[in-house]
Ligand binder design. Structure first.
Ligand code: ADP
Ligand code: MG
Length: 756
């Protein structure tokens, strides 16, 4: 790899020029029609086009498997012509019919024209034995699949030009194409554009030193490797280098954020002896697990520091994150500050406030008769509070009487003020965005300390990317004495299983237990599964891939409540219902009745997924379980078996054996390790689901990198980026890196990074 020593300075000067070659609009380089078609794919500049990587590579001598085609699919296939007939239809139109093969299967092609003569060209070139690449939409004619009017380009060694003979042996890049522009036209456009660029035109985000250390080529050479490979090793090398680059750019930005955060000033919150925390620890009804103690020490140390803590706390379901967070909050209160706890839903906020008050006892009764000397107050702020209650809550927060303020998004409104906000705890981060974090921050004089808690364990690579600007702590141990949850599958279409399910529910109710019945939807009359209340009810449903036969509507809370009411097994049992569309007070009431046992069966959406803590809950029945993700099911079942009685989780579904859905549910019955399940979940989902909507658009920044797969690439890039940024936090020595961050990590993407 020949690095010219002047490359750095030359790149720096061109980086600030506005006419960077990669920014040039495609309209100046390709035909108007092509530019329009490329624009339809989200490709507007030279840079966009060059970053439009092939989706795969067809082997030059190898034909596409025709058995895999599906009706309605827009496809590009490489196949060999078997026979061609040109005839005239009864209406006098021309019809050219061809049959092509991949060596095993066959596919019919059809071309119609007003007159047969028009099809002479096709007849002349689609000679039996020739290979070509065909693009079109697969349709059905009788029992057979066909391509009507496919666009095609001839391939192969029977074309006599030298270049073609040579190229015939190269891997064929297949691009994500569209109806208005075929894969090979994109290939041509890219070749044309690439030929006009030399090394200096293509600014490389990777600093030369990093490139040298990693033994990677330049960006220009990597682009040639992926777009014009001569052998498979070429595109593999090119992809490796581009994948590393994606990881490096992202990690450089994350490293920069960590450095910036570390430079901000924070108020020290060292706590004090004989304060609330000591009083709390002294009365704790259980001993902390080793993990809770360890993480507690880390948090305690960081809260006492000059710079804001930025920490992510991950923990297995039921590992006791709340107590850990509460102890951190108490240390801050002991230091004269306040703590805010943000929850994603009102149900959770109400529940958190209740839990914290219960854990604190009279330590939460500051200012009240009978409150402990050192006591503080836990105040709840939600959107649906009556005005008078809210006014008092706001006064408690602003006046500093409330050491702990719990709330939902309502906490972020401008009417909420704090006397001295020292710590922000965000529970179940994934529903909070950047603005919200900034809004809360703006309520404090100095940057408050930040603790983010995730509901579900997340795989390490996701932690390193999505939360890469936070330090991570993990609570993997679940407190001793938990009875755990046993998980079983139940077939929804076997009446005997169904009857047994509800009989078990009845038994548990008679024995004093509580039962959750979870449904993917609220209302049977809503057509879509992704109902408007999705934000609250939170189900991120998977496609139906595990069942056969006609599509069934998903089970809905309102309908299931009625069904259960008429089941003989449940005669006389009171059944409640809970979902995100109920007003807040109604939800509270329902949960309270459920916890108290007056209504022992609760039909609900996934609104109970996180945080709902009812120790007497022993059974969970999940309907249409195959439509939930693994992590979500794991999270859900964590709601039962929290007390001394063992929990049972029944996964009811129509999944049939041998389907991915069946395998997924089986995994759940055999594995209780949340981290393993999260990793499995990640592999099952498309990347876009993991990293957010920003990944799906044409401008997404992670194209080749897969967080489920590229662990070692991400780790390497992270180490290199951290080192690079430590030496040069402003990235002054390599402006193209800064430019790449600005280009790629903007808009949605930026938001995605800030999702804490
Ligand atoms: P999660 O990590 O899922 O949020 P929680 O914080 O809700 O878990 O804790 C689950 C339950 O375990 C709560 O009832 C809590 O009081 C209890 N708990 C927490 N720590 C311990 C411990 N060390 N020993 C026994 N019970 C604990
Ligand atoms: Mg929790």
């Amino acid at each position: 790899m020949a690095d010219r020593s002047s490359a750095g300075s030359r790149a720096s000067t061109s980086a600030v020029r506005s006419d960077r070659p990669l920014d040039r609009p495609l309209t100046t380089l390709v035909s108007k029609g092509a530019a329009k078609a490329l624009g339809g794919l989200g490709l507007h500049t030279v840079g966009d086009l060059l970053r439009h990587y092939p989706r795969r590579y067809a082997e030059p001598g190898q034909l596409t498997d025709l058995a895999g085609l599906r009706e309605g699919e827009h496809v590009t296939v490489v196949a060999q012509v078997v026979q061609v007939t040109l005839r005239t239809t009864r209406q006098g139109r021309g019809l050219l019919e061809a049959v092509v093969t991949d060596g095993r299967g066959r596919l019919d092609l059809g071309f119609f024209a007003a007159r047969p003569g028009v099809l002479k060209y096709h007849e002349g070139v689609l000679l039996p034995g020739r290979r070509a690449m065909f693009t079109g939409t697969v349709s059905r004619y009788g029992p057979k699949l066909q391509l009507l009017h496919p666009a095609f380009t001839l391939l192969g060694d029977d074309l006599d030009e030298e270049r073609h003979r040579e190229e015939a042996a190269w891997p064929i890049p297949i691009y994500p194409a569209s109806k208005s522009i075929e894969s090979w036209k994109i290939r041509e456009a890219i070749r044309g554009v690439l030929a006009g660029l030399d090394e200096d035109d293509v600014l490389d985000p990777l600093p030369p030193r990093v490139r040298a250390d990693q033994g990677l080529g330049t960006l220009r050479s990597a682009l040639t490797d992926v777009h014009e490979p001569h052998v498979d090793a070429d595109w593999r090398r090119g992809q490796d280098r581009l994948r590393y680059e994606e990881a490096f750019v992202l990690q450089a930005e994350l490293a920069r954020r960590r450095v910036q955060a570390a430079q901000q000033a924070a108020v020290r919150r060292p706590g004090r002896p004989e304060g609330l925390l000591d009083a709390f620890d002294a009365r704790l009804p259980f001993t902390l697990t080793a993990g809770q103690r360890e993480v507690g020490q880390v948090l305690s140390h960081e809260l006492a520091g000059d710079h804001p803590m930025q920490r992510l706390l991950q923990g297995e379901v039921g590992s006791g994150k709340t107590v850990v967070a509460l102890r951190a909050m108490l240390q801050v209160v002991d230091s004269g500050g306040q703590a805010a706890l943000l929850a994603p839903t009102e149900v959770l906020a109400v529940q958190h406030a209740r839990t914290l008050r219960a854990l604190l006892g009279d330590l939460a009764e500051g200012g009240f008769l009978g409150g402990a000397d050192v006591a503080t107050r836990v105040t709840l702020v939600t959107g649906s509070q009556p005005a008078a209650v809210r006014r008092e809550a706001l006064a408690d927060a602003a006046g500093g009487r409330a050491g702990i303020v719990v709330g939902t998004h309502a906490l972020l409104s401008s009417t909420v003020q704090f006397a001295d906000l020292g710590l922000v705890v965000v529970d179940e981060q994934h529903r909070f965005g950047v603005e919200q974090r900034d809004l809360l921050r703006a309520k404090a004089q100095a940057t408050p300390h930040l603790l983010v808690m995730t509901a579900t364990p997340i795989p390490r690579t996701v932690a390193m990317t999505v939360f890469g600007d936070l330090e991570t702590s993990v609570l993997s141990e679940v407190p001793a004495g938990r009875s755990g949850v046993r998980t079983f599958m139940a077939a929804a279409d076997r009446p005997a299983y169904v009857a047994r399910t509800w009989a078990l529910v009845r038994e548990q109710v008679d024995a004093g237990g509580r039962v959750f019945v979870v449904c993917p939807r609220i209302d049977p009359d809503d057509a879509s599964a992704a109902s408007p209340e999705a934000e609250l009810d939170g189900a991120d449903l998977l496609d139906d891939e595990g069942t056969t036969g006609p599509r069934r509507p998903l089970r809905a809370v309102l309908e299931v409540v009625e069904d259960l009411g008429s089941r003989p097994e449940l005669a006389g049992v009171r059944i409640g219902l809970l979902h995100g569309r109920l007003p807040a007070e109604a939800r509270d009431e329902v949960l309270a009745d459920f916890a108290a046992g007056t209504v022992p069966v609760l039909v609900t959406t996934t609104v109970i997924e996180v945080g709902v803590d009812v120790p007497a809950a022993t059974v969970m029945v999940v309907l249409d379980a195959d439509r939930f993700g693994l992590s979500q099911l794991h999270q859900l079942r964590g709601r039962v078996g929290r007390g001394t009685a063992p929990g049972t989780c029944l996964l009811v579904s129509h999944a049939t054996e041998g389907t991915p859905a069946w395998d997924r549910l089986t995994t759940l019955t055999t594995t209780s390790d949340g981290f393993a399940l999260a990793a499995a979940d990640l592999e099952l989902r498309r990347e876009g689901d993991v990293l957010g909507a920003a990944q799906s658009g044409g401008t997404s920044s992670l194209r080749l990198l897969r967080v489920a797969r590229d662990v070692d690439v991400i780790e390497r890039a992270r180490a290199d980026a951290t080192r690079f940024v430590a030496d040069d936090p402003e990235l002054r020595s390599w402006p193209p890196l800064d430019a790449a961050i600005a280009d790629r990590l903007t808009g949605d993407r930026e938001e995605f990074l800030e999702r804490v």
